[in-house]
Design a protein around this ligand. Structure first.
Ligand SMILES: O=P(O)(O)O[C@@H]1[C@@H](OP(=O)(O)O)[C@H](OP(=O)(O)O)[C@H](O)[C@H](OP(=O)(O)O)[C@H]1OP(=O)(O)O
Ligand SMILES: Nc1ncnc2c1ncn2[C@@H]1O[C@H](COP(=O)(O)OP(=O)(O)O)[C@@H](O)[C@H]1O
Length: 324
């Protein structure tokens, strides 16, 4: 089932119902047949967030290049859906920004789940941002020193504040929420969630170095830093393009959203050729209206992340020259 959410966002009337209808007509081709429960599985490369299990809802994939995120409880799920509806059709969002940095939204769909086999649940249908990567090395970095929208109820503010203070969010303007790194032999390094929560500044630097290292185990040779972080189309140039938009845009405030980094450990080489480096935004359950004000919370975290990554690139070994 593909359906529309009620307009939870106002967005100053930029998205008229007529505009939205015509957008849907142009951008939502008829959906492929609905996947059955046996087609669906939790994504192998998910590094953070709520995970699907026998008794819990979580994202699912079916290998078709789509990513199904269950609408979250309360008004949170509807809020995220309303964001996608509004963002997808917003005339003031540059198409290049929408296409390069956000998953494409294909509406919502009722899907059976293991947790609720008899009670199909609505899911956001998104592009799988890691589709096409054979051995994805992935990092989820939650941006912003503050992770709750200003309108949040007090107990939620207290819960988020404790997490923001207890992690590097307040200090650095971001925290690493999840990471997996595939070594050349295929071994996967994936620290526990709790370990990531306990990282201090030096620990964050270590993890960001480890993300672009080819040595197995805990070593950090940063052999892939030039290829993945630096160079044309690398993480840094993509983050800088994103930053340029955040220096201008006053439409949305992206509380608690994450930057998802991805590259193909099988395709990347220290020479900087290939690798399918991706920089994307995910998790819009707490986006607020920008009301004409810069998203300084996200922008500050983004600048801080850029500084960490550019320091790693400057200290890392040079990209070896290409063979003649
Ligand atoms: O539900 P919890 O307590 O596990 O917290 C979720 C977080 O897990 P954590 O415990 O920090 O590892 C979870 O954090 P990660 O994405 O795993 O870093 C999210 O922050 C989630 O918030 P939302 O999906 O953005 O609404 C968090 O959900 P809410 O706090 O928003 O309910
Ligand atoms: N469109 C997507 N394509 C591929 N992976 C995704 C996509 N969206 C999210 N993920 C994966 O799922 C994780 C959790 O997503 P998120 O939207 O943050 O869920 P939650 O709201 O439960 O925190 C991310 O860390 C990432 O690994």
């Amino acid at each position: 089932m593909i359906s529309r959410s009620p307009d939870l966002f106002n967005f100053r009337g930029v998205v008229s119902p007529r505009h939205l209808r015509s957008f849907h007509h142009r951008h939502h081709p008829p959906p492929p047949p609905a996947p059955t429960m046996s087609d669906l599985r939790p994504p192998e490369h998910q590094v953070a967030g709520h995970r699907a299990s026998a008794d819990k809802l979580g994202p699912l994939v079916d290998g078709s290049g789509l990513f199904y995120k269950p609408l979250q409880a309360g008004d949170r799920g509807e809020h995220e859906r309303a964001f996608y509806e509004a963002f997808s059709a917003h005339a003031a969002v540059p198409p290049r920004i929408r296409d390069a940095f956000f998953p494409r939204f294909h509406g919502t769909r009722l899907l059976p789940t293991q947790a609720r086999p008899r009670d199909p649940h609505p899911h956001l249908v998104l592009d799988d941002l890691l589709a096409g990567l054979r051995a994805p090395s992935v990092a989820d970095i939650k941006i912003g020193a503050i992770t709750w929208p200003p309108s949040s109820p007090e107990p939620y503010v207290a819960k988020c504040l404790a997490k923001d203070r207890g992690t590097t969010s307040v200090l650095l303007g971001f925290r690493v929420s999840g990471v997996r790194v595939v070594a050349p032999g295929g071994a996967v390094w994936r620290p526990e969630r709790q370990e990531l929560k306990e990282l201090d500044t030096a620990g964050v630097r270590r993890v960001l170095r480890r993300y672009v290292s080819s040595a197995p185990g805990e070593g950090a040779d940063c052999a892939l830093a030039a290829a993945v972080y630096g160079g044309e189309g690398g993480v840094l140039s993509q983050l800088r393009e994103l930053k340029a938009w955040f220096e201008e845009q006053t439409l949305f405030h992206f509380y608690s959203a994450s930057i998802l980094l991805g590259y193909d450990a099988n395709a990347v080489s220290a020479t900087g050729v290939g690798g399918g480096v991706r920089v994307k935004l995910v998790d819009f359950a707490h986006v607020a209206e920008g009301d004409g004000v810069i998203d300084h919370n996200f922008l500050g975290g983004l600048c801080s992340l850029i500084k960490f990554i550019s320091d790693i690139v400057s200290e890392a070994p040079e990209t070896p020259p290409l063979a003649p």
